[in-house]
Design a protein around this ligand. Sequence first.
Ligand code: AMP
Length: 431
Amino acid sequence: MTGRLQAPKGTHDLFPSDSERFAAVEATARRVFGAHGYGEIRTPTFEATELFARSVGETTDIVHKEMFTFPDRKGRSLTLRPENTAGVVRALVEKGLQDLPKPVRLWYAGPQFRYEQPQAGRYREFRQIGVELVGVPSASGDAEVIGMLFVFLRALGLADVRATINCIPKGEARAAFSRALQEHARPRASGFGEDDRKRLEENPLRLFDSKDPETKRVLEGAPATLDFLDDASRAHHEELKRLLPLLGVPFRESAAIVRGIDYYTLTVFEVTSDRLGAQNALLGGGRYDDLVADLGGPPTPAVGFAIGEDRLVEAMTSDARVPRTLFAVIPDGREDLVYALGVADEIRQLLPEAVVEADLLARGIGKGLGRAGQLASDPSRYAFRIAGVRAVLLGSKEREADSVTVKDLSTGAQETFPRRQLAERLAGRER
Ligand code: AMP
């Protein structure tokens, strides 16, 4: 039996007009992050399952419910990466982080996988662009990555965005905060679902990830992270708040930002966008001072963020695609095809910025012109925005006289001239 094949639930295909927007975003990331000294790292798409259990955290939703985990043929448990920080840290530890000059500045872009209920802006395969700064303990590190993030967002035309920041206590202060949270929530937990009751006992900070309105209500009156900071942590947070305005980063504080990953310590931040729907979180990040040591490396502080690239592209309204002139080179019949291919090649060399397509099906001038018109009106077809279409018509008359006929499809103007004049006729007229 053969069924209709479909993309797996929660995945989507990117056709040229979409993939070009992703490529443009990634090119901007490369430029902006590169100018701050960050180099690109690419880590495997799957890793040992244990890596995520040890970093993201056993009791997080990501590890608990959302991983694509499978045994390989030798029975080893592997997982499609649900995020990229763990892989980057694993790679650094494996390479010998202790011997690398600090700080280490890296960025990445690539697909991540989470078994979530798909909806607008939430997919099972999605892309993240992220940054990791490894080896800077002070708030200047947090400020650098957040400042760079805003340079990047503004370069993409997202001017109206603001960061929300919080500071999560660490060490003994974190334990005290967890206890206070439990003491606050336990007497109010009668309306909690099973998941949140478990969170309350096993990892109370994770209650902040709950989407249950009852849990959210109970948390409204909960103790605030900022009240539990020790002196050093408070100083770190105050320093960051002093630095962000200097870097032109608009922000506000919120005790409710705790983020659904266990490895964060001290600074956490998010950026949301009003241009997105219910899933309005554009990105999240924070400091993870214990993760490197937890994964077997030398104790090394670090800070980073991950942007949801799919949501970022969705939030961008401008068409980043460059306008190009399309030359549709149309042979009248099959006997004109070789001549047409030569002319097409010549135009490509004369105008490297143009898009030149030869009609390989050679179904005649009429059909070729019809198709050229269709191409220009289908915006998803090209990675470029079509600025204008010129049909280059080549029949036996042109072939025998070594000439070309060029028709501008927007004005209908048409002229025939010797092929050797292509350069001067086209020069300066097209991109
Ligand atoms: P996280 O790794 O959970 O901190 O997420 C960072 C960012 O990745 C979020 O702010 C979203 O923009 C994006 N993201 C997370 N999960 C998904 C998903 N399932 N589909 C699309 N984007 C996602």
